[in-house]
Design a protein around this ligand. Sequence first.
Ligand code: AMP
Ligand code: MN
Ligand code: MN
Ligand code: MN
Length: 301
Amino acid sequence: MRADLHVHSTFSDGTTTPVRNAELAAAAGLEAVALTDHDTTSGWAESATACAAYGLEFVPGIELSTELDGRSVHLLGYWVDPAHERLSTECARLRDARMRRARRMIERLSALGIELSMATVEAYAQGAPIGRPHVAASLVAAGVVPDAQAAFDRYLGEDGPAYVVKHAADPVDGVGLLVAAGGAAVLAHPGSTWGEHPRGLSGTVGSVSDARRDRGLDLLDRLAAAGLAGVEVEHPAHDLATTLRWRRAAARRGLLVTGASDFHGEGRDVKIGERTTSTWVLAALRERAADGASARGGAGW
Ligand code: AMP
Ligand code: MN
Ligand code: MN
Ligand code: MN
């Protein structure tokens, strides 16, 4: 009885439709599958219908972009109210910020002698919030790089010459927003922000500095105080040491532990259902979302 709680679609920077995701999730033997597109809930209706057709439970979610010290911190919010005013305003703001940032990345590329048009990048996004993968796809199509990974490695990665930071809310405020919108909030792939990816960080060779790791744990304390329900401990980008470290950090704070694939489409290494969450944990998460809702309504215990 397993659930994949972190899945993207063509409604953000994934390359598969929610319908295809449901088909793949059913084939992988999952019982439940989420849709967690970046800064949008637009794919929910399509996903709910497709999941029902395959006998899967649909978990409506969002991967909200936040920022700390110039680094991305991603928050997963499940069962949020998509019509919640502050949340939808924040998502609209993030989509605008993504558009402006894509233009700036195109300018950076132009300064490097690589000409991409905004129209091409927008064609890849097809109305979805524009992400670096859409710029990467445009670079591949233009023959600048052989594949998307090379686009990130050479130009678009956080240390790359065409990278532009995406300004977003503080993660503590992000958790508050997801909880206010009736959701259960989970810290996504903490290892990608504080784990074993020391590329470009001076003073860290082969492992992350203690100071940096402490910053991650300090944030986890603050997120837990703001109402965080869980930590995405099992993730394809986490190695064993990272997984164990965050599992311990979550347990010490009484947080739920989830696992998910962060699926972005076929033709990549990661398959849907490659990391999963037990449906017991899923039930506990749902209870957290419901508790928040009843606390706001003054009902409950
Ligand atoms: P953005 O939200 O525009 O900053 O883009 C972040 C997205 O780019 C992530 O959600 C992944 O889909 C993708 N991504 C980030 N880093 C890499 C990488 N090193 N290689 C391939 N894709 C990446
Ligand atoms: Mn993505
Ligand atoms: Mn993410
Ligand atoms: Mn993701």
